[in-house]
Design a protein around this ligand. Structure first.
Ligand code: CP
Ligand code: NVA
Length: 305
């Protein structure tokens, strides 16, 4: 594996499959309390944005491997403000074994990776959320037994999670139909990279501005907030553009009968998803959240071995 996990496309198909099987092995081994892969290792968790799942699952994964996390909140470091990203990366490299970073700009993740001589893991940037999507594909694999050709629909914003889902689908050979409102399509470079990767995996990647078209005969329906962290000031402009993109019972009538609903969380109930869908029998959102822990334990074990 590369030194860092900045993008899901830093991983090959084989490496992702290895992480899936390692996550299952570690899940069993952790029950015996015998994991020591991170013994005497400290991992810095550098976050510019809030988090529930990512922080708790990374800290728990680190402890369960015998290591210790140090959480550094936005006000602790002032990344790029109090001190340059380069200086932070070089200093942290003196004391800890890895950096798990959640940033606004994706370039901050890349800059940390460039100047740190320890692994840097992207725990969400404005461009990508690779750990989330690895957990999501692990979830699909557990439910379906395979990922190839699984029919996924993305309904909502062409955001960071959508970008990692595009790249991940392209690497893993899934079929992904992305529906976004006009003007909120995914990043062009990510789209082009996904289409290029899809050529070798035979993944089917399609785009539309019609949520009904995207959901038709799909097995996995995935949505996320319309207003990502850092976009709060755009809420009043963005929200009206997403009318018709709510994942509700009516939209889901178009999906396959045994469809599953996915959401990375946090959810904005009554906006991108209704209570009845999020809490209903087709929802697999808690399985996704649980798998964050298992896949991140494998990522840490692999990058820090
Ligand atoms: N899905 C996810 O990354 O959640 P948090 O923002 O709570 O970490
Ligand atoms: N797109 C969301 C994901 C949160 C986990 C955001 O960036 O806020």
């Amino acid at each position: 594996m590369k030194k860092d996990l900045c993008s899901i496309s830093d991983l090959t198909l084989e490496e992702i499959c290895h992480l899936f099987s390692l996550s299952q092995q570690l899940k069993e081994k952790v029950k015996t309390g015998s994991l020591t892969k991170l013994k005497d290792k400290i991992v810095a968790i550098v976050f510019e944005k809030p988090s529930l799942r990512t922080r708790v699952t990374f800290e728990t994964a680190i402890y369960s491997l015998g290591g210790n996390p140090i959480y550094l909140s936005p006000s602790d470091i002032g990344l790029g403000k109090r001190e340059s990203v380069k200086d932070v990366a070089q200093n942290l490299s003196l004391w800890v074994s890895a950096i798990v970073a959640r940033t606004f700009a994706h370039t901050t993740i890349l800059e940390l990776a460039q100047h740190a001589n320890i692994p840097v893991i992207n725990a969400l940037s404005d461009l990508e959320h690779p750990c989330q999507v690895l957990a999501d594909f692990l979830t699909i694999l557990e439910i379906k037994g395979k990922i190839e050709n699984s029919k996924i629909a993305w309904v909502g914003d062409g955001n960071n999670v959508c970008h990692s889902l595009l790249l991940g689908s392209a690497i893993l050979g899934a079929s992904l139909f992305v529906a976004t409102p006009k003007g909120y399509e995914p990043n062009r470079e990510i789209v082009n990279k996904s289409l290029a990767l899809a050529k070798s995996s035979q993944a089917e990647i399609r785009f539309t501005n019609d949520p009904v078209e995207a959901v038709k005969n799909r097995e996995f329906i995935y949505t996320d907030t319309w207003i990502s962290m850092g976009e709060e000031s755009q809420a009043e402009i963005k929200k009206p553009a997403f009318a018709g993109f709510q994942v509700n019972e009516k939209l889901l009538k178009n999906a396959l009968p045994d469809y599953k609903v996915m959401h990375c969380l946090p959810a904005h109930r009554g906006e991108e998803i209704t209570d009845e869908v999020l809490d209903g029998p087709h929802s697999i959102v808690l399985k996704q959240a649980e798998n964050r822990l298992h896949i991140q334990r494998a990522i840490l074990a692999e990058l820090l071995k």
